[in-house]
Design a protein. Structure first.
Length: 465
């Protein structure tokens, strides 16, 4: 190992930026080590060394400008910028409510490539949000350089979006250097190794174990239906007349565990619709889910849900909810109902160019985790299996992920829809797939629903062996 790295490890240990022992993490887990690099700015000698190491790490990378993720990495990036004569920009942690409202400070041109420097990588999640801010401003992001890699699989996680991670020191380097200097005993070193050899997020449990651990009755209800019906197919029945609606539903009913409606698409909706829908739901044992995508203030959505022509709250067990108006929408919808109802929050969308960001997704999940009594899960999508896995990892195991934008035969619809295959969706961790045109545009929807159901159920069983 280079002298510079060795010196850095010893210095970080000396100033208490690197500690070993027992530390309680935000997640509740106990870690045998703790890294906090915020204090390094008070040690110019250490900064000088780090800047040399960073310069060396980036020497073969292509970039026009660079940035450091505030706060800790920003002063490091500023030094590197001066030494390499390369412009620096930085991203505000909060967008200013007044003045320019700019997210990125500094001057740059659209299309330039920006190198991102950070002090630490643990899960990689914050890196996606940093990259997204740069990309939204028109910059390109290829490389990340982190001073310390303490991640389980950070390199692979970043690669899901095509980013390359280079790090200067690893936890193994720290063990080697501190062990050789008698600053870390072998037993503790072993604990550290074991700790970083575990994924940060627990791998997805078997579906039955997850059901056992699920308390919310409305969520249990869905999980039980999936197992009872041996189906994780949700039919998205977007047709415009009730005759076709009920013909398709009669044919596909045995294959699905839930039907998803857009009731406002029907041209001839009338008072007989709900009783007929209920009768079929009973006959074929499926659940009713209205994809209403509520998005307004609490008081308005309450009326939209309970009143109007459709009185959705009377007959739909589950509905979809956008979180753009904030958490109070859940009180508006579910706070004052006669029958138990539950929501699915829109956390990611399948439409090309949709405006949902990494940060928005994270915030939706934060609300959903707090409100399990009325949030059964999320609607989400992903670019590929790894991307869906990364997303699924952030979802509690006692909530569900439903995935639309799934088709066995096509990749898109010419109107922005982006399809995944059934296998990719389930392997990524979707609990159920939502299929519309894949089934309903066929001449034989019953047979087609069977094909989707079997593909999804096979993939699901493989996942839950
Ligand atoms: P399709 O015919 O399988 O493309 O229909 C997909 C359905 O899922 C359709 O009802 C959409 O409104 C719904 N959908 C989606 O496709 N993508 C999304 O991100 C969300 C909903 Br949210």
């Amino acid at each position: 190992m280079e002298t510079g790295k060795r010196t850095l490890i010893l210095d970080l240990h000396r100033i208490g930026a690197l500690k070993f022992g027992e530390f309680k993490l935000k997640s509740g887990a106990t870690s045998p080590f703790y890294i906090d690099l915020r204090s390094i700015i008070s040690y110019p000698e250490i900064i000088k060394n780090i800047v040399e190491l960073l310069k060396d790490a980036v020497k073969d990378m292509q970039f026009d400008i660079l940035t450091g993720i505030p706060y800790t990495a920003l002063p490091l990036a500023a030094q590197v910028s001066v030494e390499l004569d390369t412009p620096l920009v930085y991203q505000r942690k909060e967008v200013k409510a007044y003045g320019t409202g700019k997210l990125i400070e500094g001057h740059f041109k659209e299309g330039q490539t920006c190198l991102i420097i950070d002090d630490l990588i643990t899960t990689g999640e914050s890196k996606f949000e940093a990259a997204e801010g740069m990309e939204q401003a028109g910059l390109k992001v290829k490389d990340f350089v982190c001073l310390i890699d303490r991640s389980y699989n950070g390199e692979r996680i970043l690669a899901t979006k095509g980013y390359k991670l280079s790090s200067i020191i690893t936890v193994e380097d720290m063990i080697e250097v501190l062990g050789a200097e008698n600053k870390l005993d072998a037993a503790l070193a072993q604990k550290v190794r074991e700790f970083i050899g575990q994924p940060v997020e627990k791998p997805l449990l078997n579906f039955e174990q997850r059901l056992e651990a699920t308390k919310a009755p409305m969520t249990r209800n869905l999980m039980e239906a999936i197992l009872r019906k041996k189906s994780n197919l949700v039919l998205s029945l977007d047709v415009e007349d009730t005759k076709t609606f009920f013909e398709i539903l009669e044919a596909t009913g045995p294959e699905i565990f839930m039907v998803k409606t857009h009731v406002d698409i029907l041209k001839d909706y009338n008072g007989s619709f709900v009783p007929r829908l209920r009768a079929l739901a009973e006959k074929h044992d499926f659940i009713i889910f209205e994809d209403r995508k509520f998005a307004d203030i609490g008081s308005t959505v309450r009326k939209q849900f309970k009143s109007g022509v459709y009185k959705i709250a009377d007959w739909a067990d589950y509905v979809t909810v956008h979180m753009i108006a904030g958490e109070a929408i859940l009180d508006g919808l579910f706070g004052d109902l006669e029958a138990p109802r539950s929501g699915f929050l829109l956390a990611r969308m399948s439409a090309k160019g949709n405006l949902i960001s990494e940060t928005y997704t994270r915030q939706v999940l934060e609300v959903g985790k707090r409100r399990k009594e009325c949030v059964s899960g999320y609607i989400g999508h992903g670019a590929n299996v790894d991307d869906i896995k990364r997303f699924r990892n952030k979802i509690p195991q006692d909530q569900l992920l439903l995935m639309p934008g799934v088709n066995l035969d096509t990749k898109g619809d010419g109107l922005g829809q982006q399809y995944l295959t059934v296998e990719n969706a389930i392997e990524g961790g979707a609990d159920a797939i939502i299929v519309g045109r894949g089934v309903i545009a066929s001449d034989n929807p019953g047979a087609e629903a069977k094909r989707y159901r079997e593909a999804a159920w096979n993939a699901f069983q493989k996942m839950n062996k």
